[in-house]
Design a binder for this molecule. Structure first.
Ligand SMILES: NC(=O)c1ccc[n+]([C@@H]2O[C@H](COP(=O)([O-])OP(=O)(O)OC[C@H]3O[C@@H](n4cnc5c(N)ncnc54)[C@H](O)[C@@H]3O)[C@@H](O)[C@H]2O)c1
Length: 400
């Protein structure tokens, strides 16, 4: 039994990603989920089944935040609510776990960071990729000097489930996500910054809506949609998908280039209509390169080349990632445990609110570029008063 006083948790957006709360609820360690807010009554009902009949339920997140018996909240609602809900939670004196992307605009992120600073609250961003084993392995290799000084980071991102995940509901509309480039790549831009040890200073991008606008079968406006309903059937090819969102105005193919503030270069390529689903990272340094194949532990390998050769598909060294328990490639239990340790014990953290803001800033700038003749867009750095507040944050914390 823990000797710490009970930590009481509320959840805004209890369905979907709100399932993270199950990793937090540990009454034997004095951590208890005590309330949930969601606009969907069915989701609230299933939340009650998980956490017991005494749990507080509301359709209005502001009622949850009024409660003095809640210390911290998970904000796991769709992207376009993050700014208002996170700011309100911080203003109400709660510590906050906020899902990625931090917000759908850079100004929105800055408002959240200001609210954390002004209220002296803890803000933890749900960039769970930083907890995935192959990412940690690549950072360890970089930190140990295996490839010399990092000069360029590339990521190719294949998303077979793009149609199911992003073109059936709110994700498909600019007003709710800004772009799928920002929505999905906020993870990867963060990792590219992390590997580069620098933040994007200037970006440009190209992209288009190539496939999903051609799908004629759409659901009615306002119809409740279960995005996972057809996922396991793996409909193929993408043009055969049924029940897509009535409005689709985000790109399904995008490619961005990044120049970092430390002179490193990066690029990210995303396609939402590939047959397979995985990411491929390449990091090139002055004395070698590393590359990842697959992104799930148990089926993922990192290869290192550090001797001159012509073609050696297996690299000079290979590092196989063993299987891990838990959702999101084993990262979800770790990220929730770290958030709890951070708010209770001020523990060192692996994710970074400043880096999360800078990932959104790069994603927003790239979206602006691809919709404006691919022009280069410069990114305003975060004011020093704010970076100074987030002293626990590091761009590349793992293994350092
Ligand atoms: N880190 C990751 O690996 C990861 C994975 C998936 C999604 N996400 C992020 O998590 C967030 C949620 O994504 P999701 O797919 O679970 O979304 P979702 O559409 O399933 O919504 C999550 C829940 O929020 C509820 N909700 C909607 N509007 C609300 C409001 N105004 N107030 C309270 N609740 C509301 C929904 O009813 C639902 O129960 C997004 O920001 C997404 O980008 C992160």
């Amino acid at each position: 039994m823990s000797t710490l006083s009970e930590l009481r948790i509320g959840v805004i957006g209890v369905g979907g990603r709100g399932s993270l709360a199950e990793y937090a609820h540990k009454p034997q360690q004095n951590v208890r989920v005590v309330g949930g807010a969601d606009i969907d009554d069915e989701q609230l009902e299933s939340f009650k089944e998980k956490f017991g009949p005494k749990v507080f339920l509301t359709n209005d997140y502001r009622r949850l935040l009024e409660r003095g018996d809640i210390d911290a909240v998970f904000v796991t609602s769709p992207d376009f609510y993050h700014e208002n809900q996170a700011v309100a939670a911080l203003n109400a004196g709660k510590d906050v776990y906020l899902e990625k992307p931090m917000a759908i605009t850079t100004a929105g992120c800055d408002n959240i960071l200001k609210a954390a600073h002004e209220n002296k609250r803890k803000l933890y961003l749900g960039h769970n990729m930083r907890h995935i084993s192959f990412i940690k392995k690549m950072i360890e290799l970089i930190d140990n000097g295996a490839i010399g000084e990092v000069k360029s980071v590339w990521c190719r991102h294949f998303i077979s489930y793009g149609g199911d995940a992003f073109f059936r509901n709110w994700h498909a509309e600019r007003r709710y996500t800004n772009s799928i480039l920002l929505q999905k790549a906020s993870h990867d831009i963060d990792i590219i910054h992390c590997f580069s040890n620098g933040y994007s200073q200037t970006v440009n991008a190209m992209g288009a809506l190539m496939v999903y606008d051609k799908v004629k079968d759409r659901h009615a406006p306002g119809e409740k949609v279960d995005v996972a309903a057809h996922w396991d059937e793996a409909p193929w090819p993408p043009l055969s998908l049924k029940g897509l969102n009535p409005v689709i105005d985000v790109e399904d193919l995008s490619m961005m280039q990044m120049m970092m503030d430390n002179g490193t270069y990066g690029c990210y390529q995303q396609c939402n209509f590939t047959p397979d689903a995985w990411r491929n990272y390449t990091v090139i340094g002055t004395e070698g390169r590393i590359e990842s194949f697959g992104d799930h532990p148990g089926e993922c390998v990192v290869r290192l080349w550090n001797r001159r050769t012509t073609y050696n598909p297996y690299g000079d060294e290979q590092y196989f990632m063993p299987p891990e328990e838990g959702t999101s490639a084993g990262s979800d239990p770790k990220i929730v445990a770290e958030f709890l340790d951070y708010i209770r014990n001020d523990a060192k953290i692996t994710t970074s609110a400043v880096a999360a803001r800078n990932a959104v800033a790069a994603g927003c700038a790239a979206t602006e570029s691809l919709r404006n003749q691919n022009k280069a867009v410069n990114i305003e750095p975060l004011p020093k008063t704010l970076t100074d507040y987030f002293t626990n944050d590091e761009i590349r914390p793992i293994g350092s």
